[in-house]
Unconditional design. Structure first.
Length: 371
């Protein structure tokens, strides 16, 4: 059988799949509109930055110096004053009732002690949200230290000066860190859903059996079912990257070619996983539910929000089998660091091995169920 004939059959199947997608308004919205909406939601809602944290102030000293410290504390924009008192129990009440997450307590004699270099202030934090409390504590320490250094006699000169310098993300903006990584999760959901639902829909309509008795081989059917969605996902990758650059102003210091290469290797894994799910599903509802059994663990173990190094050792090893983890490492490094293939070849190799393994397993399972 000639290669030309094989190519013609695959091309017609790809054309059929693309026509089915664009003839269905729901699929068009899912493919073109939903990823942008998800990116906007993630970009604005998913943030670890601390801004305007509700703060209650107890100023027992009530001097010009104590008021100046409080004003400096709130002019930073990290904290927002929700109450002022000279009684410590009011601070406790505000945190207990959830009206404040941070409490700033300035004791009596603060101005006198500060002139001697022994001034002390207390910051009380609501530890219910440990992440917010940790970040707010760091901001508070830096604000108080900078204020003390600007006032003669307010602090002793430390024997060692620590100068911090953040590379690649100088402002420590969580948006620059999270937005590029969102494309990995968006492509995961999109590719799994499109592939698994497309094959199961053929089975529900009875057209899958017709395709199997046609001159199409199982391999050609797999290629014809995955290539259209791979093209659509690559287009979404470009759209998401464009929105990240133009709308969120995320810096891009790397190579677009490396980003596209990572996207294609990543899609081999996710499309293969979607194909594998379709072999275990008899209905579209079952395919959707099965997809979510994979989506949530893959996201949680990807390092999107939770550092992999903070996970138990067993889970850290488990993340090495997660293609989302390797794709996010590449995306963040390409966007923020401008890293090249020499620094990222391990992640590219991992994506290649995982993708080949998943696609091979899905193809074998597909041959058995289709046959």
């Amino acid at each position: 059988m000639s290669l030309t004939a094989k190519w013609e059959r695959v091309r017609e199947l790809v054309r059929k799949e693309l026509l089915e997608v664009f003839r269905d308004p729901r699929l068009v919205r899912m493919v073109l509109v939903a990823p942008v909406i998800q990116l906007l939601v993630f970009g604005y809602a998913v943030s670890t930055d601390v801004r305007r944290t509700p703060t209650f102030v107890v100023d027992q000293d009530n001097t010009q110096l104590s008021r100046d410290l409080a004003d400096t504390f709130f002019s930073s924009g990290y904290f927002h004053r929700v109450g002022l008192s000279d009684r410590p129990r009011d601070l406790t009440d505000a945190i207990d009732r959830g009206r404040a997450l941070v409490g700033l307590e300035i004791p009596r004699g603060f101005a006198r002690d500060a002139a001697r270099g022994t001034g002390v202030v207390q910051v009380v934090l609501d530890g219910t949200s440990s992440n917010t409390a940790t970040i707010a504590m760091g901001y508070a320490q830096r604000i108080v230290q900078n204020w003390a250094q600007q006032h003669a006699g307010a602090t002793l000169t430390p024997p060692v000066e620590l100068r911090e310098r953040a590379w690649f993300n100088p402002d420590l903006s969580s948006r620059d860190y999270n937005v590029p990584a969102v494309m990995g999760n968006v492509l995961l959901v999109l590719s799994l859903m499109l592939t698994s639902l497309a094959v199961v829909r053929e089975r529900e309509l009875g057209t899958l059996e017709q395709l199997m008795v046609s001159p199409l081989t199982p391999g050609e059917l797999i290629v014809g079912k995955t290539v259209p969605f791979a093209l659509l996902c690559i287009a979404d990758l470009v759209v998401i990257a464009t929105v990240a650059l133009l709308w969120f102003q995320v810096p891009f210091r790397g190579s677009l070619a490396l980003l596209l290469l990572a996207g294609m290797l990543y899609l081999i894994s996710t499309l293969g996983l979607g194909l594998l799910i379709s072999t275990f599903s008899n209905t579209q509802q079952e395919a959707v539910l099965t997809s979510f059994l994979f989506i949530m663990p893959l996201m949680l173990l990807s390092g999107l929000m939770f550092p992999i190094t903070s996970m138990p050792l067993g889970f850290q090893w488990l993340t090495l089998l997660n293609p989302v983890r390797h794709f996010l490492e590449i995306v963040r490094a390409v966007f923020l660091k401008g890293a090249g293939l020499g620094a990222l070849w391990r992640s590219y190799l991992a994506l290649t091995l995982i993708g080949a393994s998943v696609l091979l397993l899905a193809a074998r399972r597909f041959h058995k169920t289709a046959g």
